[in-house]
Design a protein around this ligand. Structure first.
Ligand SMILES: [Zn+2]
Length: 447
């Protein structure tokens, strides 16, 4: 690295590094950070200087939970639109979920199909999760060897018939197989029996929908998952935690040494059940957005490390599937482009720092997936950055979103934090919300 000429220097009075925020100049060569230097460091001959003044330079965000749906349901979302939205929102790496595309990422052939589709469309770096189904145990190791970052499973119906859930016995079988090759299982944790027992009342009332997805469904599924992870000494990750009642279970498991990590999402952390208007199914997702008191406890759990990271669970559909009947509307919230300002707005209100936000949305998800080249501004990492004006505000205009479908639960909200530009391996990929050329790479897990 020392003999590669510095091409670019990014300068700011506020650079967020793993050691804290400081005035610095970040030297970049061949797409990598070569050094974090003093703010007034001399710019090497031949290098270009980008001085961002007091705007904050932070590591590009890593979003490990994105449903791109391409190929197969590209009217919902696609690699072109999703990665443009990511770039505009300060995200430089996404990991694509294995379901809602056709085919789902459940065999190596299917993975290759998806990679081919993504290759020319990626505005940010793109990696893939595999899927664990009742009948694909034999495909898990080949998928692992082919470079997926881990395996997703459901414990209750997924919403699409080509991606069935695992029962407890199948979970044990898949988890044992995955643990055998040192892999990671990521889990949609809602217990089907508790969901079956809950009342389903069709119609536009959010309270009825909330009652149909009780906290007990999450708590029980997470309890069972912890028991399986403990028994097999397996590595598991809880997706999109909503129920704060599960936090003591998780904290105890972590303290005991169970290998469990947890994510939550912007909608659980910034929106509340009390404020969802009747019929507004742009707020529908599973598990559901819960009450304000529940949300306070999720923030406490972020602060004490019980929850590790915040990722979008961007899961769009066409507008016509977002009907006013909560029992039948498509469940999924689109926030790829808005996660950073949404979380920063709430974090600052709660007295949390931008360094916390970077830890939750960049460093921790990178660590979850083993993306050692991402997630921090330090020498040797990829030169991936977002430039943020944290004190500036904007009002969410759905027309400004690059998602394929501009349905959003955040419409009309005023948020803090304007993403001025985004950089991927030293190349600017978005300028004031406008993505540039697709320069993203397809990532594969390194051993
Ligand atoms: Zn999801």
């Amino acid at each position: 690295m020392a003999d590669v000429a510095v091409e670019l220097v990014l300068r700011s009075t506020r650079v967020i590094t793993p050691e804290g925020t400081r005035a610095a100049s970040v030297a970049v060569a061949d797409g990598k950070i070569t050094a974090v230097l003093a703010h007034d460091a001399e710019v090497p001959a031949g290098a270009r200087l980008e001085d961002f003044g007091d705007d904050v330079l932070l590591p590009g965000l890593v979003d490990t939970h994105v449903h791109v749906n391409d190929p197969g349901r590209t009217e919902w979302e696609g690699f072109w639109t999703a990665t443009r939205a990511a770039a505009a929102g300060g995200i430089t790496t996404i990991l694509d979920m294995p379901l809602n595309s056709l085919p789902p990422t459940t065999t190596v052939d299917h993975l290759r199909t998806k990679q081919e589709v993504a290759r020319a469309k990626a505005h940010v770096d793109v990696g893939f999760w595999g899927g664990a189904l009742p009948d694909n145990v034999k495909d898990l190791r080949p998928l692992h060897d082919a470079g997926v970052y881990g395996f997703k499973c459901f414990l209750s119906p997924s919403g699409v018939e080509e991606f069935p859930e695992l029962d407890q016995e199948q979970l044990a079988t898949s988890l044992a197989e995955i643990t055998g090759f040192g892999g990671l299982l990521i889990v949609h944790a809602e217990d089907p029996h508790h969901l079956d027992a809950a009342p389903v009342v069709p119609g536009p009332k959010y309270a009825d929908f909330l009652a149909s997805r009780p906290r007990d469904a999450e708590n029980t599924a997470i309890g069972n998952l912890i028991a399986q992870a403990r028994r097999l000494n397996a590595r598991v990750h809880v997706l999109h935690l909503s129920s704060s009642d599960a936090l003591p279970l998780i904290a105890a498991a972590k303290a005991e040494g169970v290998q469990i990590t947890v994510e939550s999402c912007p909608h659980y952390l910034t929106l509340t059940a009390e404020e969802v208007p009747d019929g507004a199914s742009e707020f529908k997702c599973c598990p559901p957005i819960r009450e304000a008191a529940n949300q306070d406890l999720l923030w406490d759990a972020l602060a004490d490390g019980t929850i590790d990271c915040i990722v979008s669970d961007h899961s769009p559909s066409t507008a016509d599937l977002k009907t006013s009947d909560f029992s039948t509307a498509w469940g999924g919230i689109s926030s790829l482009q808005l996660g950073l300002p949404a979380i920063w707005t709430e974090a600052r209100r709660r007295g949390r720092s931008l360094e916390d936000v970077v830890r939750w949305m960049s460093a921790a998800p990178a660590a979850l997936a083993g993306l050692g080249q991402k997630g921090a501004i330090e020498a040797g990492r990829d030169a991936d950055f977002a430039v943020l004006a944290p004190e500036e505000t904007f009002t969410v205009d759905p027309a400004a979103l690059h998602h394929r479908n501009q349905v959003t639960a955040y419409a009309g909200r005023t948020l803090h934090g304007v993403v001025k530009s985004t950089w991927l391996r030293g190349t600017q990929i978005a300028d004031h919300g406008t993505p540039t050329e697709p320069t993203g790479l397809l990532l594969e897990r390194q051993n």
